[in-house]
Write a protein that binds this ligand. Structure first.
Ligand code: PLP
Length: 507
């Protein structure tokens, strides 16, 4: 039986079970290894039933992962059946908590094969918190360097402000078009410019949160040999890929756990090599970070290792839920998740690229790699009408909302990848900044769009641990509804974005 749901005023989506079945069969022929990931389909039915019960198509795994019901149950049972106090005191409830916090810390190290003789695990509120530690404590200095790729989250871009303030030279490694991979020739030239005797830091993401590109982990060793400390942002990589630190040995790694397994939010970590951590100089001290502080003596002695970086009380009741989440991932096997994501991403790429208007023009432009080589399950696109005019991505999101599809739009806090993808030049960007200090994202977008005809934002689809074929099929059904439509015919956007935060009236 066919049913049709109206989207907004102008778009309609078909739900045809027979078509879904036939398409699934063709998909499985094209991606036979998908069947080896059946465990994840079963897990979704058992542990993530709320997705189907609430009819939600969740396609924002790069924004945040989803948790299994069992993670919540296990964590709540732990809290209900114990009495926990603030850690690091000598009473029984505190000691019980300290034991669990330290057990989780050890488990994180074990999960990432970060040997305790080599690495320290520092709890932070999120990946940005981990990056901020490096930002404010790395010994940037005149003559030293901070090298980073265009393709970085703003929390890595932001480190440049500390580097500049302390007189270090900041350089960006460009990306190549159209694949949005690091320009390896330019990188080699930049790596040759490490200043001997000075501190040089190189930062890049293991996986782009914009294009899904996986930048090679081999660059860690190459950069270190040339005199760089290396920071690898693994926030978008770790949820669907194995990260073996005993093999790659980066100096610093940043992560957010909610991206890996959905719960708890509010905890990330900085994995730091002891040798690199010893270089960091904290600009302040706080409760819990010192072994001695005096008011009259105006002095303090910082504690060693992680203790020097965990300001105040850690999120102690939630920390054990990180071990529960990691065990959940381990029981599934992250390689299986990787394979499922690979198959679904491949099908999405093939299907999106095949969409053409009646006049033969493509509906979809994909930013970054259009094949599966060295990429993860994040696809960033824009949609164009038969006259090659872009559909407003915010309106596309709004229409997706009406059929319960969760996408993400904007620049995803990764402006550099977006600028290169759209071919925006320094002059174009300068136009956008002319509005002055208070220019917010929407006005920046409209200035750039008006002046250059280029877009400063896009639509991001990301698949993850429990995405199934029905999810991506429904997305494709939705995208198809834009075929042969004019960009003027899909209605106006009714929400605004300020500093990457969606603002709705009354919210
Ligand atoms: C690659 C990457 N790095 C860093 C971050 C920042 O993570 P958080 O917002 O959890 O601090 C994100 C978040 O989307 C990300 O995708």
């Amino acid at each position: 039986m066919n049913s049709t749901a109206e989207i907004g005023q102008s778009v309609a989506i078909d739900h045809d079970p027979a078509q879904l079945k036939a398409t699934l069969a063709a998909f499985k022929r094209a991606y036979p290894s998908f069947d080896t990931t059946q465990l994840l389909a079963d897990l979704r039915e058992r542990e993530y039933a709320r997705l189907d019960e609430l009819d939600q198509v969740y396609l924002d795994y790069t924004g945040g992962g989803l948790f299994a019901d069992s993670q919540l149950r296990e964590h709540m049972d732990l809290l209900r059946n114990n009495v926990f106090g603030n850690p690091h005191s000598n009473n029984p409830t505190s000691l019980a908590m300290t034991r669990l916090v330290e057990q989780t810390r050890a488990y994180i190290g074990q999960y990432f094969k970060a040997h305790p003789d080599e690495y320290v695990v520092i709890f932070t509120p999120n990946a940005s918190g981990a990056l901020k530690h490096v930002a404010e404590s790395y010994p940037f200095e005149a003559g030293g360097r901070y090298l980073l790729t265009f393709d970085n989250h703003n929390s890595v871009n932001g480190i440049r402000e500390y580097a500049r303030a302390k007189g270090a030279k900041v350089d960006y490694v460009p990306l190549t078009q159209p694949d949005l991979r690091m320009d390896l020739d330019k990188l080699a030239e930049s790596l040759d410019r490490a200043q001997p005797g000075k501190h040089n830091l190189f930062a890049y993401p293991a996986q782009s949160n914009f294009s899904g590109v996986q930048h090679p982990l081999e660059l860690i060793g190459r950069a270190r040999e040339k005199g760089w400390d290396v920071l690898v942002d693994c926030a978008a990589f770790a949820p669907t890929n194995r990260l073996d630190l005993s093999r790659w040995l980066p100096d610093f790694v940043s992560l957010s756990f909610y991206k890996m397994f959905g719960y708890p939010t509010g905890i990330g970590c900085l994995l730091a090599r002891k040798s690199a951590l010893a270089k960091l100089r904290r600009p302040w001290f706080a409760g819990g970070t010192i072994v001695l502080a005096s008011v009259q003596g105006q002095g303090h002695h910082l504690a060693d290792n992680e203790a020097a970086f965990e300001d105040g009380t850690v999120d102690y009741l939630n920390i054990p839920a990180v071990e529960i989440g990691l065990r959940h991932l381990e029981a599934i096997n992250v390689d299986l998740i990787h394979e499922r994501v690979r198959c679904l991403t491949g099908w999405l790429l093939d299907s999106l690229l095949a969409l053409r208007h009646r006049n033969g023009r493509p509906l979809v432009r994909i930013y970054g790699p259009t094949n599966l080589h060295m990429r993860g399950g994040t696809l960033t696109v824009n949609l164009y009408d038969p006259d090659e005019k872009m559909f407003d991505y915010r309106r596309v999101e709004e229409l997706a909302n009406e059929v319960n599809i969760s996408l993400r739009t904007g620049c995803f806090c990764n402006p550099g990848a977006n600028e290169i993808a759209e071919g925006l030049t320094e002059e174009d960007i300068a136009e956008g900044f002319k509005g002055g200090r208070r220019t917010a994202f929407p006005s920046f977008l409209s200035i750039i769009e008006h002046k250059t005809g280029k877009s400063a934002g896009a639509i991001r689809v990301s698949v993850g641990m429990v995405t199934n074929f029905a999810d991506v099929f429904r997305l494709m059904q939705f995208v198809r509804t834009f075929l042969d439509k004019s960009s003027e015919k899909i209605g106006d956007v009714t929400f605004d974005i300020e500093t990457c935060r969606v603002i709705r009236d009354g919210s």
